[in-house]
Design a protein around this ligand. Structure first.
Ligand SMILES: CC(C)(COP(=O)(O)OP(=O)(O)OC[C@H]1O[C@@H](n2cnc3c(N)ncnc32)[C@H](O)[C@@H]1OP(=O)(O)O)[C@@H](O)C(=O)NCCC(=O)NCCS
Length: 151
């Protein structure tokens, strides 16, 4: 019932819609609404570069989530997840994250994955721990307290 695929050029509007979801903005490090042109620039950079990976998940054929991998320092990638609001609270997130991590690690070997999670985002902490991430340190970014997890 859960399937996934890498994002393609046609996903620009789907991802734009999700990017301005209220909880997603609240849990990110830039909580201002995103303009479409800003999104287009952001999207084109990622969709045309094999160092970036965006996975789109479907739940019974309905798009329900995205998981993104972004290069950071050498051999390190930042991973993030968001579930579409109507699919939240159904216990899907851990499975989606685990499937994504397995897929990514099969394509990119010997890399470290980093998750940066706002301290109050308890669900996110839970799912990254479920997926085998370990707490590394507490950092401050834009005045937020952030847990850094790695796997
Ligand atoms: C974070 C997010 C991906 C979680 O998805 P979700 O569908 O809401 O969460 P789920 O229903 O799958 O529950 C996730 C886990 O948190 C647990 N949980 C639920 N409420 C909780 C709470 N208040 N405190 C701690 N854990 C909680 C669930 O039991 C579940 O654990 P399990 O898989 O071991 O049973 C989703 O809320 C989201 O997209 N948020 C906006 C974007 C975001 O915050 N992304 C993460 C940035 S690091």
């Amino acid at each position: 019932m859960i399937s996934f695929r890498p994002a393609n050029h046609e996903d620009i509007n789907l991802l734009f819609g999700w990017s301005n979801d209220e909880l997603t903005r609240k849990n990110s490090f830039n909580d201002k609404p995103i303009e479409f042109e800003t999104h287009r620039f952001w999207f084109e950079k990622r969709i045309n570069n094999k160092q970036y990976l965006i996975l789109i998940f479907n739940y019974f054929k309905e798009p329900c989530a995205q998981v993104r991998f972004e290069p950071s320092k050498e051999k390190k990638y930042i991973v993030s997840i968001s579930i579409a609001s109507e699919f939240r609270g159904k216990g899907l997130a851990s499975e989606i994250l685990k499937k994504s991590v397995t897929f990514f690690q099969n394509s990119f070997q010997n890399v470290t994955l980093i998750a940066l999670i706002k301290q109050e985002n308890k669900k996110s902490v839970k799912i990254f721990e479920n997926a085998g991430f370990k707490f590394i340190k507490l950092i401050k970014k834009n005045n937020y307290k952030i847990f850094q997890y790695e796997k």
